[in-house]
Design a protein around this ligand. Structure first.
Ligand code: HEC
Ligand code: HEC
Length: 350
């Protein structure tokens, strides 16, 4: 009995290895989930997507009235025109537009994140959404006051009634924004098309870059799976920059010594649109990022053992960048009620 169980698990493992090795375009590290096309977004059972909810979420996302001075919306820092970021090394927020310690990450494909924020301190998009509204360095508003303000706007009262059957609530705000964010899915990149069999979708340089990504450059060890992230935290030694002398990252959440200076592995999808790079925006370009990895990352007592010098040639570094460029896709969200998503108009009309 025991033996047959072992045999079964060995067979199972072999099959698993075989299957992962069959995964996209062979890699030397078959234990890491292969990069590939994105699956459909998982929708939590307690917050089903409806057209009206997504539309309400869109309005809230672009509405500066969610902030203390009615100036700052989610889109101020996660602006669709700037790859759903602010294009700055570190965010500017609060009543005096003060520079914060961290870079505004893109919300593109945030529906696939297992944890939100650079340190993973929120589990879901619903949990995340109310954070920035109340953060004194971001939108500096209280939930009570937002609910009060929105309850005085007939369009919102009507929409909340229709979507949730209630008046304006903080819970409803969070759910509607999260539902909207789940539609911000970018795919159909040259890499996706290539993976689906279009040999010409990627340049020869990008194809060589993909091979390096999976093998010699070892990026696959952390940037793996369909969204190019293991959803884990690593210290790669990014130097401190900006107002914070030191950012302990994941340690702030877990208090585990080895998490000091560890940050969430970022998605690399649409990476050309979302610079500057890293949790504190230290690197302005992908060229500098690749130089950094090639030189073995930064200096930190706690640096991941997966980070070491790579000996990439100039051509190889260029190929790796070409591959990353091939990860920029387009918005493929499901169009509810066939209304095109407009990103620029603020909902002043109601
Ligand atoms: C003043 C700038 C600013 C505003 C306004 C803002 N954010 Fe952010 N957002 C950030 C920064 C900076 C982070 C990263 C913070 C961290 O990791 O500690 C972040 C993180 C996030 C994340 C996590 C993404 C990831 O990959 O981990 C999501 C989702 C998000 N914001 C959505 C929103 C929503 C929704 C709103 C509006 C309710 C909003 N943000 C308002 C700057 C801002
Ligand atoms: C040990 C795991 C690990 C390996 C290996 C790794 N990365 Fe990363 N990568 C990360 C983490 C963690 C971050 C965020 C670090 C931070 O902000 O401090 C990151 C950030 C990045 C960013 C910036 C993303 C953004 O939105 O700011 C790029 C680009 C990147 N990596 C590319 C690569 C490439 C190319 C390789 C291979 C040469 C690679 N990475 C290898 C873990 C890894």
């Amino acid at each position: 009995m025991k033996i047959s169980n072992i045999t079964k698990s060995v067979l199972g493992c072999t099959l698993f290895l075989f299957l992962t090795m069959q995964g996209v375009h062979g890699n030397d590290f078959p234990l890491f989930p292969p990069i590939g096309n994105l699956p459909p977004v998982a929708i939590p059972p307690n917050n089903p997507q409806t057209a009206a909810k997504v539309e309400l979420g869109r309005k809230l996302y672009f509405d500066p009235r969610l902030s203390g001075n009615n100036w700052i919306s989610c889109a101020t820092c996660h602006n669709p025109v700037l790859g759903f970021t602010d294009g700055l090394p570190r965010m500017l927020g609060g009543p005096a537009s003060k520079e914060g310690g961290r870079n505004s990450p893109t919300i593109i494909n945030s529906a696939y994140n297992e944890l939100q924020f650079w340190d993973g301190r929120a589990a879901t998009l619903e949990e995340q959404a109310l954070g920035p509204i109340q953060n004194p360095n971001e939108m500096f508003e209280t939930l009570d006051n937002v609910v009060k303000k929105l309850s005085g706007i007939p369009g919102y009262v009507k929409a909340f009634k229709e979507v949730f059957g209630t008046g304006v609530t903080a819970d409803g705000i969070a759910k509607a924004i999260a539902a909207f964010e789940r539609t911000i899915v970018f795919a159909n990149s040259p890499f996706d098309k290539y993976t689906l069999g279009d040999e010409h979708a990627m340049s020869e340089s990008a194809k060589r870059g993909m091979n390096l990504f999976n093998n010699k450059a070892e990026c696959i060890k952390c940037h793996n799976g369909p969204n190019f992230t293991d959803n884990k935290f690593h210290n790669i030694g990014v130097p401190a920059d900006g107002p914070l002398k030191e950012d302990l990252g994941r340690y702030n959440v877990t208090k585990v010594e080895t998490d000091k200076g560890a940050f969430k592995t970022s998605t690399l999808r649409n990476i050309t649109e979302t610079g500057p790079y890293m949790h504190n925006g230290f690197f302005p370009t992908l060229f500098e990022v690749v130089q950094f990895y090639n030189g073995g990352g930064g200096r930190s007592e706690n640096k991941s053992s997966l980070i070491h010098g790579l000996n990439l040639t100039g051509q190889e570094a260029a190929d790796l960048i070409e591959f990353m460029k091939a990860l920029t896709g387009e918005l493929v969200q499901i169009k509810y009620d066939n209304a095109p998503l407009t990103f620029t108009t603020l909902p002043r009309d109601f």
